[in-house]
Design a protein around this ligand. Structure first.
Ligand code: SAH
Ligand code: SF4
Ligand code: F3S
Length: 438
């Protein structure tokens, strides 16, 4: 038997890229490729890219530059670019970097094996009518206790700063029967926590087994019935798609965790309008109240953009006010990055120093809230799902119900155990806890 070919796969960007990379690795596995961590050993290098901000997308070109000597030493080496830069730039990547052999957009991954076999340079950034996941091999590898499951892809919201509607296309939901089967299969392989993914996951409207569309709330309730599936999360949600049933599910679906990432981007109505978010600061705050009424201990997180074109000091103050009013468990904040082809990129930018100062101020406030949220856990009893051994002997590390990192002194603990702990201390980015009997 000939030696297996080796695939070096690097993933940038969001959790959906992580999921896609896994599926591409499996598809290439069926072609005889095994994964390697060492680019120098690889017969094929595949970069799964992100286009969301300029920095993310420029990483592709610096990585490709570093691959040049490898390709010169080994002309048979296949170099592939997948993901959102592939979709956005297509054949332009080949012009800028002739060492690239193939460019494959996120909707064409099922064609990757065929593209890898074909000689010469190939580009596929089509949005084919068929579901790529129906044409990718089933997930076979044994896995850790947590997994992602893409239920919805694409976005029809067209926020004026964002490339996602262009790179991922319009909203498509996967059929319910396939999702339930994939979830059951994951559980059979040892998965105890599933995070449902979608660029607009709560706009899910997958076809139900008897026809008719299911909402995300209904899908979550069905997943909640699967024995052995202990924890369900979903990301990322748009505030306007939080319907009553989904909010109610936070109160009555036992395995739905008390955690929700609900990006708001800004606290200024003027800026929200310019962003085409179609909600106000106030409607977001009222939504937060309704969610907390259904699940009082829910931990909320968000994304923010500072320095959006036209953002004044008063607009930024409104963002700080909103953060103070909500009290987040954590949040990502980004400096606005003008993206080619998006409407906001036409507008004059806020000076870089001003955006930098705002980013620092916002991050300081969010960090303070994160520490307060962690401290508030001390003395409480929470569930922890062990994901890996800790750095110290006898220590296990996992995530709490609220998605906080927790380390527990537990020499008998095994990866995959879901245990009850009492939180005893909070440090910068994690909690320490003591395992409770039972
Ligand atoms: N679908 C998700 C987010 C996708 S992108 C949602 O609707 O919330 C993840 C985050 O990147 C966004 O929430 C936003 O905060 C940030 N982002 C997107 N485009 C950006 C840009 N042009 N500049 C800076 N940050 C951006
Ligand atoms: Fe981008 Fe807005 Fe769609 Fe989120 S909702 S992916 S920020 S366009
Ligand atoms: Fe990046 Fe595409 Fe995800 S742009 S954030 S990899 S959807």
């Amino acid at each position: 038997m000939s030696e297996a070919k080796k695939l070096f796969l690097k993933t940038y960007g969001c959790q959906m890229n992580v999921y896609d990379s896994e599926r591409m690795a499996e598809a290439m596995g069926a072609e005889g490729y095994v994964l390697t961590e060492v680019a120098e050993e690889a017969d094929m290098v595949l970069l799964n890219t992100c286009h969301i901000r300029e920095k993310a997308s420029e990483k592709l070109y610096s990585d490709l530059g570093r691959l040049k000597p490898l390709k010169l030493a080994k002309p048979d080496l296949k170099i592939g670019v997948a993901g959102c830069v592939a979709q956005a730039e297509g054949a332009e990547i080949l012009r800028r970097m002739p060492l690239v052999d193939l460019v494959v957009g996120p909707q064409a991954y099922h064609r990757l094996p065929e593209m890898a076999r074909s000689p010469g340079q190939v580009v596929d950034t089509e949005f084919p009518p068929e579901d790529k996941f129906d044409h990718l091999p089933a997930r076979k590898t044994n896995r850790g206790p947590t997994a992602f499951l893409t239920v919805q892809e694409g976005c029809d919201k067209f926020c004026t700063f964002c490339v996602v509607p262009y790179t991922r296309g319009s909203e498509v939901s996967r059929p319910v029967a396939r999702l339930l089967a994939e979830a059951q299969d994951l559980v059979a392989r040892g998965v105890r926590e599933i995070t449902l993914l979608g660029q607009n996951v709560n706009a899910f409207h997958g076809e139900g087994p008897e026809g008719g569309a299911w909402t995300l709330g209904r899908l979550i309730r069905a997943l909640d019935e699967i024995p052995g599936l202990e924890r369900i999360r979903y990301t990322t949600s748009h505030p306007n798609d939080m319907d009553d049933d989904l909010i109610a599910a936070h109160g009555d679906a036992a395995s739905l965790m008390p955690y929700l990432h609900l990006p708001v981007q800004s606290g200024s109505d003027r800026i929200l309008r310019a962003m085409n978010r179609r909600h106000t600061a106030n409607s977001y705050l009222r939504l937060v109240d309704r969610i907390r009424a259904a699940r009082p201990d829910i931990l909320l997180t968000s994304d923010f953009i500072v320095g959006f074109p036209g953002e004044t000091d008063a607009d930024f103050e409104a963002t700080l006010d909103l953060v103070r009013a909500v009290g987040y468990g954590a949040a990502f904040s980004f400096k606005y990055s003008a993206r080619p082809g998006t409407p906001a990129a036409e507008k004059p930018p806020v000076p870089a120093e001003v955006a930098d100062a705002r980013l620092q101020a916002l991050q300081a406030l969010i960090t303070a809230q994160q520490h307060a949220a962690q401290k508030a856990m001390v003395g409480r009893r929470v569930g922890v799902l062990y994901e890996k051994p800790g750095r110290l002997p006898g220590q296990m590390v996992g995530k709490s119900d609220h998605l906080m990192a927790v380390h527990v002194d537990d020499p008998q603990g095994q990866v995959g155990d879901l245990v009850q702990v009492e939180v005893i201390a909070s440090s910068t980015n994690s909690l320490a806890a003591r395992r409770l009997p039972g």
